[in-house]
Write a protein that binds this ligand. Sequence first.
Ligand SMILES: Cc1ncc(COP(=O)(O)O)c(C=O)c1O
Ligand SMILES: N[C@@H](CCCC[NH3+])C(=O)O
Length: 423
Amino acid sequence: MTHLPGHPYVHRQDGELWIEQLPLAALARQHGTPLFVYSKAAMLAALAAYQRGFAGRQATICYAMKANSSLAVLQLFARAGCGFDIVSGGELERVLAAGALPSKVIFSGVGKTRAEMRRALEVGIGCFNVESEAELEELSRVASAAGVAASVSIRVNPNVDARTHPYISTGLKDNKFGVAHERTLHAYRRAVELPGLKVVGIDCHIGSQITDGAPYLDAMDRVLDLVEAVEAAGIPLAHIDFGGGLGIDYNGDRPPAADTLWAQLLAKLDARGHGGRHLMIEPGRSLVGNAGVCLTEVLYLKPGEHKNFCIVDAAMNDLPRPAMYQAFHRIEPVRPTRGNAQRYDVVGPVCESGDWLGRDRELAVRSGDLLAVLSAGAYCMSMASNYNTRGRAAEVLVDGDRAHLIRERETAQDQMRMERLPG
Ligand SMILES: Cc1ncc(COP(=O)(O)O)c(C=O)c1O
Ligand SMILES: N[C@@H](CCCC[NH3+])C(=O)O
């Protein structure tokens, strides 16, 4: 039995790929393709690494649900005691439906609407992570009108380079996120003056798929400088939230393990005398990314003069990361392979040249074979679309030797349900 890199719960046995105690080919036969399959044990193991890292500390792990917003996944994390980091009213409704405690929900995002603020106040979320001075003013008006106090944390943009893809770097001055480091103290002074606000914390999030601990340590230093300045101005901060962003192994990436990273970060926190504070973090990808695979069937092989194409039934609408960020996902045959390997671009049926899942992959495949696109638990199904009027894929959650269908395949009728013909 051999485990797949980065995927502790996916292994090969007699040439066949399994997830936990189930062969992936059987799941594809039963539910069709494209199919997302998640391992419950892998998600809980990823969470346990964070929980180990915070043992003995006062800490709240708020799962950044944008990574995978399936209700079943949310329920799993809610039952395991997690809070949630949300970024929209839609996400709020989903976490509530999954059984989250509103008091453990924090609301990030640069463009919260008045309606979203009102609803979040109505259900009593734990904290608004405010991203601009204008938002602070608006939240004050909305909360005052509702006759309640909104708990706020200000998201600092620490101007630290997370050394990741530019589209998923968020902690640089040029990024739209957070309040500039040098404006933050001013924003806190304003927050305590405004009615309807209660300052409870400070937060930052520097980017995603971070594979190196150094940017976190830099950001922590900058945030702690601010904590000290804000408290020196007489404004106490009950919690510090360091965001998410820890990367996963897509292609030999070697991010630190969550507990190792947090041992380093906590050592710094202790050294600066802040170890006793309530800590919050917002991991997304590192909790779910390598807990999932996307199964797809080879439709056609199309040899060409310059390139061979392996046309599969999953596409950029199901798994947009390669098209959006030129991201690499490993692609593995699900069953033992026969014949000679050839080099293929693995592409989907969507009418875009950007519709590719992998480039220049050595594969020994025939039409009808199944492939598994790895590291598909994060930012795949949650970013899926209906482009080309393709239905969203089905999802299965595997728990040991049991598989639960947690989302049915979407049909064209499902998609048309919201539409009305004018005449
Ligand atoms: C505010 C905020 N928190 C948490 C996350 C989760 O990031 P990741 O999935 O990289 O852990 C993100 C996404 O980058 C985010 O924007
Ligand atoms: N969607 C991105 C991550 C975005 C993180 C959100 N701030 C990805 O797939 O890598």
